[in-house]
Ligand binder design. Structure first.
Ligand code: PRX
Length: 665
C-alpha cells in the first residue's frame, strides 16, 4: 500500500463514535455472554463443535479438525449428513411443518408462501425429477435462475441427491454461463423463461440458450421454469429441454431419501472473480460449510425460528447461499425472497415489504443503503418498521454516514447494526460484532468472530500497530472455509496462501490465509476493512476482476489495448473505468464506445458495464512496461497525481486527465 494511500485511509478512521446495543436486545439475544470469545480460544478447535451441534448428523464425526496436510484442511472428519435434510425434513419431523419456510414476493406484488411441508414436497419431487434426468451423485448441476422460489428448491433438491450445484447469477451473460458450465463439466442446467425488472418482462431463456450453444461438452438435460406465463416469449423448448411444471407433475408425490454425504463432500461450487481472466470455482463442503452458515446465522444474525428474516441479496451470490438459503432454513425460520428492484413501483418498496411481513431482521448491502439515503428518509417514514430487531450489512465497507442513516431511519436507533466482513471463499461471516455482546463503531466491522484468528500485518507478515493500515490475514482455519479451487489445488495455494505462509511446512501454524483485503485494527481490536489490494474491484458489493473486463474489451474489434481500474462512485462504491487504445491509434468515437460497452455486457453482464470509456494514445507505463494502475485510479478519482517519475511516458498522464475532465463536462 502506498504512503499516500495509507495516510488517506488512516484519516478516515479518526475518533469513532460508539453505539451500544439496547438492554432489551441483549436480554433476548441468542449469544450474549462475552466469555464466548475466551471459551472459543481456550478450547480451539474443539470449540467448533458448538457450530456442528446446530445441525443433525446421520453419523457423528471422529475428529473436529484434521490439519495434517495444510492448507487442505478437513473439518468434522468421518461425519455423515445431508444438507437438504437439515434445511427441510428435520423441521417437518420436529413439529414445524406448518411454519412458513419461504415467503416470496414477485415484482408485480404476487406472493407465494411455502411452509416447511410444502418445501419438503417440492424438494422431493424435484430431486426425483433430477434423478430421472440422469443426474447422479457428484454431478455438478448448474442453476442459472433469477429470484424465484424454484431456485432454493432446486438447490435443496441437488443437495438431497448429493449433486453439487453451481449457481450462476442471472445477470451474468451467456458467455459467463458457458465458461462456468465448461469449467465444471456440468451437463444439467436448470433455468427460467424470464423474470420481471422494473415492470418489464425480461427474456432469460434466450440468454441461457446462447450460453448452452457455447458449452463444449454434451448437455444432457435442461429444465425451464415458466415464470412469465402469458408474458412469456414464445420459446420452443429444444429436444433436451423440459418444462419444470411438467416434470413436477410427472413426479408428484415421490419421495427421495436424502443421500448420506461425507462432511467433506462438496455441497456446491461458486464461481468468483480473481486476478486472472478465469473465474475461480470455489469449492464448499457439506459439514463445515453448513455448520458455519448455521452457527453465524444464529450468533450474528440472531435468527430464531419464530422470526421473519429478510436478506435482500440475490441467491446468485454467496450471501444468498449462506444467508437466504442454508443458514436460515437450517434454523427453521421464515426467509423472505423478493424478485425485483427496490425502486419498483416506488422507492418505498423494501419498506413496504418489511411492514407487510413484519420482518424482524433485515440484511442488505451498503450500496443499497447509499441509494436509500439519497432517495431520502420520507420513503421509510411512510411505513411502520417497528417489527425490526436487527439490521445487517455486507459486501463492501460502509461509511459511517450511511451506517448512521441506516441505524436511525430504518432501525429507529433501537436495532443493532452488524457490519459483516467475509467473502465467497470464507463461506460465512468472519469479522463482525456479536450484536448481543459488542458495542458498535460505525465504519468498522468489529472484532474477528469467536474462534477466528485474524490479524493485520505488513508486507513481511509482521503484525502492525493499532491504527496503521496493513493487510488482513487469517491465521487459523475455520469450518466454513473453501477447501480448494475446483480441480485446481495449485491455484488455490497460489491465490490464498502463498503470500504469508511457509509453503514447505506441514505444520498448520505456518499457514496463513490471505483474503487480499487491506485493513486496520484499533486499540479495542475492531477491524476496519479498507478494500481490495489486488486487481479486483467491488461494484455495488459485487466482485469483478479487472482482467476479465480487460479481456472482454480487447476482444472488441478496433481495440488494441485496455486497462481497467475502479474509481470511487457515490452509489456503487466503485465504478469501472476503462482506458482504451484503439488499433490504429485513432480517436475512438461513440460507435466504438458503444461496442466496447456491449462487449463487456456480452462477456460478463451489465454489472461490469464501464462507467467511462476513455480513449488514449498510450497508457502510463513503467520502464519495464508495466501499466501504472495507481495513476489511472488517481485520474479517474480526480485526485492529485502520484509520483510519475518512474514512468517511461510521464506526459501521457496529463493528456489522459484532460480527456477525462472533458468527458465529464
Ligand atoms: O473486499 C471485501 C468486500 O467484499 C469482498 C468479498 O466479495 P465476495 O466474495 O463477492 O463476497 C461478498 C459477500 C460476502 C471482500 O474481500 N467486503 C465484504 N464484506 C465487507 C467487505 N468490505 C468491507 N466491509 C465488509 N463488511
Amino acid at each position: 500500500m502506498s504512503d499516500e494511500n495509507q495516510v488517506e485511509l488512516e484519516a478516515r478512521l479518526e475518533e469513532q463514535e460508539v453505539f451500544e446495543p439496547s438492554e432489551e436486545f441483549v436480554a433476548q439475544a441468542n449469544v450474549s455472554d462475552p466469555d464466548i470469545y475466551e471459551e472459543f480460544e481456550e478450547n480451539w478447535p474443539q470449540s467448533w463443535e458448538r457450530a456442528a451441534e446446530m445441525i443433525d448428523w446421520d453419523e457423528s464425526y471422529d475428529e473436529v479438525l484434521d490439519d495434517s496436510n495444510p492448507p487442505f484442511y478437513k473439518w468434522f472428519t468421518g461425519g455423515k449428513l445431508n444438507a437438504s435434510y437439515n434445511c427441510v425434513d428435520r423441521h417437518v419431523e420436529n413439529g414445524d411443518k406448518n411454519r412458513v419456510a419461504i415467503k416470496w414476493e414477485g415484482e408485480h406484488g404476487e406472493t407465494r408462501t411455502y411452509t416447511y411441508q410444502d418445501l419438503y414436497r417440492e424438494v422431493n419431487e424435484f430431486a426425483a425429477a433430477l434423478r430421472a434426468q440422469g443426474v447422479e451423485e457428484d454431478d455438478v448441476v448448474t442453476l442459472y435462475m433469477p429470484m424465484v422460489p424454484e431456485l432454493p428448491i432446486a438447490m435443496l433438491a441437488c443437495a438431497r441427491i448429493g449433486a453439487p450445484h453451481s449457481v450462476v447469477f442471472a445477470g451474468f451473460s451467456a458467455e459467463a454461463l458457458a465458461t462456468r458450465m465448461n469449467s465444471a463439466d456440468s451437463r444439467c442446467l436448470v433455468t427460467c423463461d424470464g423474470y420481471y425488472r422494473r415492470g418489464d418482462a425480461l427474456d432469460h431463456l434466450d440468454k441461457a440458450n446462447e450460453g448452452l450453444d457455447g458449452v463444449d461438452h454434451g448437455v444432457d438435460s435442461v429444465v425451464v421454469v415458466d415464470r412469465l406465463g402469458e408474458d412469456g416469449f414464445d420459446h420452443e423448448l429444444r429436444g433436451n429441454q423440459h418444462d419444470w411444471d411438467d416434470l413436477m407433475a410427472e413426479h408428484a408425490g415421490e419421495r427421495v431419501e436424502p443421500v448420506e454425504r461425507d462432511a467433506e463432500d462438496m455441497l456446491f461450487l461458486m464461481y468468483t472473480s480473481g486476478t486472472t481472466g478465469q473465474p475461480k470455482g470455489v469449492k464448499h463442503t457439506t459439514g463445515g460449510y453448513l455448520s458455519y452458515a448455521t452457527w453465524t446465522s444464529h450468533a450474528v444474525l440472531d435468527i430464531e425460528k419464530e422470526d421473519t428474516y429478510w436478506c435482500s441479496a440475490d441467491i446468485g451470490w454467496i450471501t444468498g447461499h449462506s444467508y437466504i438459503v442454508y443458514g436460515p432454513l437450517a434454523l427453521g425460520t421464515t426467509t423472505v425472497m423478493y424478485e425485483g428492484t427496490p425502486d419498483f413501483p416506488n422507492r418505498d418498496r423494501l419498506w413496504d415489504i418489511i411492514e407487510k411481513y413484519a420482518v424482524d431482521i433485515f440484511y442488505t448491502a451498503p450500496t443499497a443503503i447509499r441509494a436509500f439515503m439519497k432517495w431520502g428518509s420520507r420513503f421509510p417514514e411512510q411505513h411502520d418498521l417497528s417489527s425490526l430487531r436487527l439490521l445487517g450489512t455486507v459486501g463492501e465497507p460502509i461509511n459511517p454516514r450511511a451506517w448512521k442513516w441506516y441505524y436511525k431511519h430504518i432501525g429507529n436507533e433501537e436495532c443493532p447494526v452488524v457490519d459483516t466482513w467475509w467473502q465467497t471463499e470464507t463461506g460465512g461471516m468472519m469479522v463482525t460484532t456479536l450484536p448481543g455482546v459488542c458495542d458498535m463503531k460505525p465504519g468498522s466491522a468489529g472484532p474477528p468472530l469467536p474462534g477466528i484468528d485474524a490479524q493485520i500485518v505488513d508486507t513481511s507478515g509482521t503484525e502492525v500497530d493499532a491504527g496503521r493500515a496493513g493487510y488482513l490475514t487469517v491465521n487459523k482455519p475455520w469450518p466454513g472455509m473453501l477447501r480448494t479451487l475446483y480441480k485446481n489445488d495449485e491455484r488455490f495455494v497460489q491465490e490464498y496462501w502463498q503470500e504469508y505462509s511457509d509453503v514447505n511446512s506441514d505444520d498448520s501454524d505456518d499457514w496463513v490465509y490471505f483474503p487480499e483485503d487491506g485493513a486496520k485494527v484499533d486499540d479495542d481490536g475492531y477491524i476496519t476493512v479498507l478494500g481490495r489490494v489486488d486487481d479486483v474491484i467491488n461494484v455495488s458489493g459485487h466482485r469483478l476482476g479487472t482482467m476479465e473486463i480487460e479481456s472482454a474489451i480487447v476482444g472488441v474489434e478496433g481495440v488494441a489495448e485496455a486497462a481497467v481500474v475502479g474509481a470511487n462512485h457515490e452509489l456503487k462504491g466503485e465504478a469501472v473505468y476503462a482506458y482504451v487504445i484503439t488499433e490504429d491509434g485513432a480517436e475512438g468515437g461513440e460507435e466504438l464506445r458503444g461496442r466496447i460497452i456491449e462487449g463487456v455486457e456480452d462477456a460478463i453482464g451489465p454489472i461490469a458495464r464501464p462507467e467511462e470509456v476513455v480513449f488514449t494514445p498510450e497508457l502510463p507505463k513503467t520502464r519495464s512496461g508495466k501499466i501504472m494502475r495507481r495513476l489511472l485510479e488517481d485520474v479517474a478519482n480526480g485526485e492529485e497525481l502520484g509520483n510519475t517519475s518512474t514512468l517511461r511516458n510521464p506526459e501521457i498522464v496529463d493528456t489522459i486527465a484532460r480527456q477525462v475532465e472533458q468527458q465529464r463536462n
